[in-house]
Structures are given as C-alpha cells and as structure tokens.
Design a protein around this ligand. Structure first.
Ligand code: SF4
Ligand code: FES
Length: 236
C-alpha cells in the first residue's frame, strides 16, 4: 500500500494587520512581525538587550486590547492591529509629548538622520508639537573625555541602562525620580559621566537612539543625506 503524501507543514501564524505572520517559539509580536517584514514603530526596544516596554510607541491591539508589541508574546490565532488610525493618533501624541518634554532641535543635532525619535515622528506625520514646549534647561555633561551626555535630548528609553548592565556588566546608568522629575542618573560620586567607569568602547556609549549620548570627535563622520533614515533603502 502506498504511503499517503504528508500534508505540507504549516507553521502556526497570527494575523498582523490582516496578513498571516509565522511564529517561532518565544516570539514577541514585534519580533515575529519584523521578521516577516512588517514595520512596528518602536523607540525603547533594541534586539541586543531585554525589552522594558517603557515608551509605548509599539502599542498594538490584540483582539481589541492595547498591549506593548515588544513584550507581548505572540500566539497562534491572535488578531493584531498596528497601523489603525486610532493607534497612529496614539503614537503621534506620545511622540509629540516626548518632543515638548525635552529640547529636540533636529537641524542642530549631530544625530539628525540617524535619530529614531526623528524618524518615528516623520513616519507618524508629525508637523507640529501640538503641546506647549516645556523648554527644560538641564546642564550638558561634557565631563567625560570621550562621550557627551546631553540630558535635554534624553527620552528615558533606558537602552543605555540595559546595555551597560546586560552587555558591559557595569551599571553606569539608572533611572531616578518620579513623574516629570524622572531623570537618567550617572553612577558616580559626582553624578558626572567623567567620574563614572564608562568607556567609549562600551555598548552603552553607542546604543542611544537619539542624540543624548554621543561619542566625541566623530561628529558628521557620515554626511547629512547619507545617514540611516535619509533614504528609503536604509530605513528600518
Ligand atoms: Fe535612552 Fe539615550 Fe536617554 Fe540613555 S541617554 S535613556 S539611551 S535616550
Ligand atoms: Fe515597546 Fe517602547 S518599543 S514599549
């Protein structure tokens, strides 16, 4: 008797904006959707460190319930919506609040063109701040010989905190304070970066998605117009 032809293997899938997305064990919604070529807006997520779900820019709806795509485990049969008008508006307001909470003058920032906040704002169609700018005046920390810290651009994504802890094994950074007073703290006696044990070769010195932590003396090494988000081909 002939063996029956085995049925083709169909991996478990969930639905992302109406498209089937295959799953691998342990996938978050963001990981699986990105692997399948979908854009999931995000700020505080990075593939090299654990997820913190602090920015909420990656919010999607799973069967109508809002969740963070970067920390929610994907499951077969889920119906995930990401690019609805309601979620686009939610993301736009989050981004506008981040812009007014700090000082983000993109044309004068070395990170322009490589900045994920600037890119997400462009993708969200942000053309105005909408909210009143708080115009904080936090002193720039230029005390480190090789790395500049510009706290007015810090969006408290905690990527440097996690990179220093999980990759560099140092814990140079921490988040402190509450509400509008929440700040990135430097783990040194003076609270200055120059007194910490941060090294310019540390991963934490290079993971900042905005222009808050910048290695010194390499400004404009890549000209404007040739940066990560300057053209469609290099966009994530
Ligand atoms: Fe995030 Fe950069 Fe602020 Fe660190 S310095 S919390 S990486 S924005
Ligand atoms: Fe998911 Fe920030 S990227 S909460």
């Amino acid at each position: 008797m002939n063996n029956p032809t085995p049925a083709p293997f169909t991996p478990p899938c969930f639905e992302f904006d109406g498209q089937p997305v295959p799953l691998q064990p342990g996938d978050t919604i963001l990981q699986a959707a990105q692997r399948a070529g979908h854009d999931v807006p995000h700020l505080c997520w990075h593939p090299d460190v654990s997820a913190s779900a602090s920015c909420r820019v990656c919010t999607v709806q799973v069967d109508g319930r809002p969740v963070a795509a970067c920390t929610t485990t994907a499951a077969a049969g889920q119906r995930v919506q990401c690019h609805t008008s309601e979620l686009r508006t939610h993301r736009l307001h989050l981004l506008q609040m981040l812009f007014v909470e700090g000082n983000h003058f993109c044309p004068g920032c070395e990170k322009s063109g490589n900045c994920l906040l600037q890119e997400q704002a462009a993708q969200a169609g942000m053309t105005e701040l909408h909210y009143e700018a708080l115009n904080p005046e936090r002193p720039v920390d230029a005390s480190h010989p090789d790395v500049l810290f510009e706290p007015n651009r810090c969006i408290l994504c905690q990527l440097c905190v996690r990179a220093s802890d999980e990759i560099d094994g140092k814990q140079v950074f921490a988040i402190g304070g509450h509400g509008i007073g929440t700040r990135l703290l430097i783990n040194s006696e003076s609270g200055q970066l120059g007194d910490s044990n941060l090294d310019v070769t540390d991963r934490a010195a290079h993971i900042c998605p905005v222009g808050a932590l910048l290695p010194k003396r390499v400004g404009f090494a890549v000209p404007m117009g040739q940066r990560t988000y300057d053209n469609e081909e290099t966009r994530g």
